[in-house]
Every structure is written in structure tokens, then in C-alpha cells.
Design a protein around this ligand. Sequence first.
Ligand SMILES: Cc1cc2nc3c(=O)[nH]c(=O)nc-3n(C[C@H](O)[C@H](O)[C@H](O)COP(=O)(O)O)c2cc1C
Length: 363
Amino acid sequence: MYGVVRRLLFLLPPERIHTLAFAALRAVTTVTPVRRLLHRVLGPADPVLASILFGVRFPGPLGLAAGFDKDGRGLHTWGALGFGYAEVGTVTARPQTGNPAPRLFRLPDDRALLNRMGFNNDGAGALAVRLAHRRPDVPIGVNIGKTKTTPAADAVDDYRASARLVGPLASYLVVNVSSPNTPGLRDLQAVKALRPILSAVLEEASRTSTPVLVKIAPDISDADIDDIAGLAVELGLAGIVATNTTVSRDGLATSGVKELGTGGISGPPVAQRAAEVLRRLYGRVGDRLTLISVGGIETADDAWERITAGASLLQGYTGFIYGGGLWPKHIHDGIARRLRDGGFASLPEAVGSASPKPGRPPD
Ligand SMILES: Cc1cc2nc3c(=O)[nH]c(=O)nc-3n(C[C@H](O)[C@H](O)[C@H](O)COP(=O)(O)O)c2cc1C
């Protein structure tokens, strides 16, 4: 059924349809009885799916990944669509328009997307106002990035300003140093640059005990992953979100991708590396940090593989675009079935159950 709808939707330019479909979803879920009904039908009701992580209760492990709802316009929408939580943003300290359009492309033969949005957003202040006026029915994390015009030397203050504005209103904060679409941003993943940024955000977040995580790219080296994992444990971060989109163009089935220009690719082409990064992180940090796996999750099997490899939470963006409105419920139902079939009393019991005992990096 969604296959037919998707074919129609895909006749329109991707960013246009994103705006229209998102507006429709928001409109439908604004009506309280409809929202409640959808939540009851689509939401992760099975208690086996729930977990409490860094002090926050998540009714189900699958969340909406950052970038879909950059400005928190759909805070009331995501629980009704069956997500266990949502990560809004990326927001930056100052509003910015992002890169010129076209900046979002479909790679249909790969069930993937290419984007170079460039953090188009209304700014952290505007998001803070929205968060203050809504009481969403699922946890809402906020992803913060650096304003494009802020020089790298002032990045710490830029992240700090965003953390101060949205930190008190977020279920958790994610420091995004991994988008390929802000020049120089990914250089901030080097521990020397990352340490002062994370320390500043942690300092702000500590005023309201808001958990802080960091989001990393799939394209960094294993040595850099180990360094970031070590830093995250040392500083007392709540977790790591892995991964963002990839700049790699290897192994794509869609033709003409080179002509589309720069940007990050999401969906199945990033799945293998996202899973590798997760395994490496779990080998380093085990249960000391919460690992959120994102990148190319399409099926309940993919989701289960990430959970048993060490992910306590999952996120998806491209899988939702290609899978449609029932996708979150489908994934949650599949995870619940696998938990029960495997004799797990709750989701946390299954986390990392297929991984070697953590504590040292995998060879
Ligand atoms: C159009 C688009 C915009 C995105 N914007 C952001 C963003 O603002 N911040 C961020 O951290 N990740 C952003 N992402 C990356 C996603 O959150 C996610 O990490 C990535 O797409 C891999 O997951 P997926 O394969 O399920 O899509 C964006 C992805 C897409 C497709």
C-alpha cells in the first residue's frame, strides 16, 4: 500500500515532499483524540520494549533521527507515529538558511538519500520556545551543531550558547561534530578540539542534570573511534550516537550520483560501517555508556542485530522515508517478538548479547 503512495510522493522533489508530508503529519496529530488514538495503535505498548537510560524512560528503542524535525515543529507528532522518542535539530546558536537548493536527493536503487542541507534551522532560541510550550508524550533529545559563520576557534562558545538555551528543556543533548555539510565541522572530532566543546556543554547541562551524548561520523578511523570512546568515558558523557551520514560513494547502485555533488549519504550504503562502529564502541565501553545506533536500519532484523551488538537505542531517518508511517510500529513489533522468542525478560537484557565481552578493543 505504502509502495503506491511512495511512488506518487516520489514524483515531487524530495525537499518539497518532506515539507508537505511533515505539515500533513503535524496537522493530523494536532487533533488530540486522533493523536491519542494513533499513539495507542502505533506506539510501543509492549512493556518488554521499555528501558530507563541515563535517567530517562524510553517506551521503545526506535527514535526518529536528527535532521527530520530540525526545529521541533512536530514535538507532538513522533509519539503518535509510534516512535519511542525523537531527536530534534540540528539547531545552531544562531539561525541560518543552510545550503542553496537543490540539497536533498533520492538514490532509489540504493533506497538511500544524499543531502547537503547544511543545518538550515531557526536557531536554538526558537527551538527553546517550542520546547517550553509543548509537553510531548515521548522523550525529546536535542542535537546541537556549530553555526556556519562561527570560526572553529569560537566553536566552544557556539555549542555552549546552544546548550544553555535548549539543555534545560531537552531529555538529552547530542553534540553533533559529524555532519559533512558544515565546512570543518568533522575536524572537531579530533580529541584535542572535542574535549573543550564537550566540557563546556557538560558544564551547561550539569545545571539541569541533562545527559550529554556525542554524535560521530562513519568515516573516521578506528583509532579516532577509540579515542572518542575513551574521552566520552573520561568526561562522563551519557553515550555516543553512531553514526551520521557518509561521504563515501563506494558500492552505490544508483547511477549519476557524482553529478549530484557533495553531501552525506544515508540508508543502506552506510549500514555496514554504522554496525562496525557500534561493535567497536561496544568493545571499548561496554555498559559504561549508552550506545545509540543509527545508519541504514531498515528491517526488524537490522534493528535486532544492532541491539544484540550493543545498542540500547536505535534511530532511523531514511528507513522511515522508504518504509512509511507504519515503519516504527513494524520495527518495534519485530523487536518485541525477537525478545520473547529469545527468552529475554526485557530489552536491556538483550543489549550486547551477541557481542564478545566488552572491555578491550576488538582486533
Ligand atoms: C535529509 C537529512 C538531514 C539530516 N540532518 C541531520 C542533522 O541536522 N543532524 C544530524 O546529526 N544528522 C542529520 N542527518 C543524519 C541522520 O540523523 C542519520 O544519522 C543518518 O541519516 C543515518 O541514518 P539513516 O540511514 O537511518 O538515515 C540527516 C539525514 C538526512 C537524510
